[in-house]
Design a protein around this ligand. Structure first.
Ligand code: GUN
Length: 285
């Protein structure tokens, strides 16, 4: 049976460190502030935004949640972003995705000043991650690296396989593993013989959004398995992209769903916002 890598525990430990650093910063007159914009009323996005707001308050940040209607125009959204960009008291700006289809997502992301882009979605910040000098770390991949670190799992020289090539998880994940000297392969829907590639992995990261897709026969005995998926299975229960029941019998370590990668994404967001506030404080004093 594999060791369970609890993101929930790592997250609690990291948030306590963030809470203490925030208290020290507040003493110096700087309160970290995250502004989150949500457009429309997608129920999943509403839950994510509520969780971000709650997490900010728990560590002592100021949290602004800006709710805009489904009919909001790109121009109105850009105008709100430039208002927050000009506000010296705001350290991080996050626009919850997905946006309604009529909104130009690229224009919206590009309007966020890179120094307040705590999601690390803007082109300068993505470029900085690519070249190994990140301003902000991408939230979910950074959370995964923390889980590995707390688990005492070294990436150096390991065969790493990432399943999924999204801009939010798969691609930046590959960059962070590469930066730690992993040998990285990225698989996707056009990969031939996926099981053969995943079966080579010492560290397997799965982010494809297909419930229980990775089964024990696709995993090398002793591998470390990181499950980024959050799906609702046919039984109505939350499940990941990995078939936990069978894969936990062959893996040496595995993240559960829920309680694995999930809580780490917001923790990384808090960490990026704190870093931004610390840079603001450095300029002030
Ligand atoms: N929607 C799903 N994940 C994310 C995320 O990490 N950031 C933003 N802004 N929107 C998301």
């Amino acid at each position: 049976m594999a060791v369970i890598l609890s993101g929930k525990a790592v997250s609690a430990a990291e948030r306590e460190i963030i809470r203490q650093k925030t208290a020290a910063l507040v003493e110096r007159g700087v309160t970290p502030c995250l502004a989150v914009i949500i457009v429309g009323c997608d129920p999943a996005s509403q839950v994510y935004v509520r969780n971000k707001h709650k997490a900010c308050e728990e560590v002592g940040f100021r949290s602004l949640v800006i709710e805009m209607s489904e009919q909001t125009t790109t121009e109105a959204l850009l105008s709100k972003i430039s208002e927050l960009a000009a506000d010296d008291g705001v350290d991080g700006i996050l626009v919850q995705l997905p946006l309604p289809r009529h909104i130009d997502e690229n224009a919206v992301i590009s309007a966020i000043p890179p120094e307040k882009d705590v999601d690390a979605f803007t082109l300068p910040n993505v470029g900085a991650i690519m070249t190994g000098a990140p301003r902000f770390l991408p939230c979910t991949p950074a959370g995964i690296m923390k889980i590995l670190e707390y688990g005492g799992i070294s990436v150096d020289g390991k065969e790493c396989v990432v399943v999924g090539r999204s801009n939010i998880v798969g691609k930046p994940m590959a960059m962070l593993l590469l930066a730690k000297n992993g040998t990285v392969t990225v698989c996707h829907s056009h990969t031939g013989n996926l099981a053969e590639v995943t079966g080579r992995a010492d560290i397997l990261v799965v982010a494809i959004g297909k419930p229980r897709f990775i089964t024990a026969d696709m995993v090398k005995p002793g591998a470390v398995v990181i499950d980024v998926g959050i799906n609702r299975g046919e039984d109505g229960k939350l499940c990941g992209d990995v078939d936990f029941e069978s894969v936990s019998q062959v893996a040496s370590a595995i993240t559960p769903v829920p309680g694995g990668v999930g809580p780490m994404t917001i923790t990384s967001l808090l960490s990026n916002t704190l870093a931004s506030a610390e840079r603001r404080a450095e300029k002030l004093f």
